[in-house]
Structures are given as structure tokens and as C-alpha cells.
Design a protein around this ligand. Sequence first.
Ligand SMILES: N[C@@H](CCC(=O)N[C@@H](CS)C(=O)NCC(=O)O)C(=O)O
Length: 191
Amino acid sequence: MKQICTIARNVLPGLMAAKAKKELEFVTPEDWAVMKPSTPCGQLPVLELADGTFLAQSQAIAYFLAREWNLEPTGSVEKAKDDMIFEMGTEINLALIKAHYTDAKNRAANYKTFYEVCPSKLEVVEKLLPDGADGATIGQLHIVAQLIQMEDAHTDKTWFLALLGPKTKALYDAANALYARQNPWWNPADE
Ligand SMILES: N[C@@H](CCC(=O)N[C@@H](CS)C(=O)NCC(=O)O)C(=O)O
């Protein structure tokens, strides 16, 4: 499978591939303007399957990969609990995007808001994570993806580490180490 994407939206599928020990080729389109009209949603990322099918929407792609690679818990309630963790990742992601991908004039103010909301979201994550969480599920990996992006986007790289509870910190250490080892293509400086 081939993921055609922007750098930031590589992080979750990159983590998933690393955890599942699967091959996923990451490609940055050289001519997006030409490709765009023939993609399902006219947006990146897209995932190209072996048979030439294209899937779009980062969350749909992530859930597809989770089913293919067995990165969902067993049982309806356990899945729902992991989805709750996934959604906390989405909330953190939206706050981070608002702070980081903004014009220079508003960035400081938007980061201030991010600093204010992020600690309480990470507290909830700590409560929701099961004991021994090590990144075996899509929801857990979505949290790690946000932490990786925060570490690289944020000017004070130790700020968020001090906010992590023990379960979140153990999850981050386990999954982040695996990802860094298996994905040398990822260079946050490109973002
Ligand atoms: N809801 C979509 C949002 C995708 C999105 O915003 N993609 C942006 C880049 S991050 C894009 O394709 N921009 C280029 C364009 O629209 O031509 C998802 O989660 O995949």
C-alpha cells in the first residue's frame, strides 16, 4: 500500500505500520495539482491499495489500516473505549492545528489557548488509557501521533512531557521509539 500525503498526516499511519510490522510506502506528490481532481475527496492524504483503489480521509484510512493490521481491541465495548481515546487525540490535534498552522501574528495567542486546554485533555487521556497500554491499538497510537507532533511543533520541547501521567508517558516512550527506528524518512523540519 502506498500513502500519498503531507508530512503531518503521515504520523499515525507511520506508527501503525511500525507497530504492525507492515510495509507502507510514503510518497509526497510531485504534481498535486494534476493529481487532485482524480482523488476521491480532492484532498491529501490518499491511500493507494495494491489493486489501484484510492481511499481518502485520514480517519477512514487509519480505521481501514487498523482493521487490516489488527490494531483494534476485541469486543464492542473495548472498541468503543479505544474510540474514546482516539477522539481525545482528535481534540488535541484540532487544538494544535489551530495554534501551529496560523499566521505569525496570531500564533502566540493561539498557542496560549493550546497551553490552557491541552493539560486537561491529557489528564482525560491518562484516565482513559488501560493499564499497560503500549500502542497496540489505533486509539492509543493516535495519542502518540499527537505527542510526536506536539514535541516537534512546540518551542519548549519539555513542556508537554512534564504533563504526561505515567500510563501516557510509558505509551509514548514505547511507541515513539518503535516509530523513530522504522521511519527514518520522517523529518519534522520539512513540515
Ligand atoms: N478531513 C481531511 C482533511 C484533509 C486535508 O485538509 N488535506 C489538506 C492537507 S493537510 C489538503 O489536501 N490540502 C491540499 C488541497 O486541498 O489541495 C482528512 O482528515 O484527511
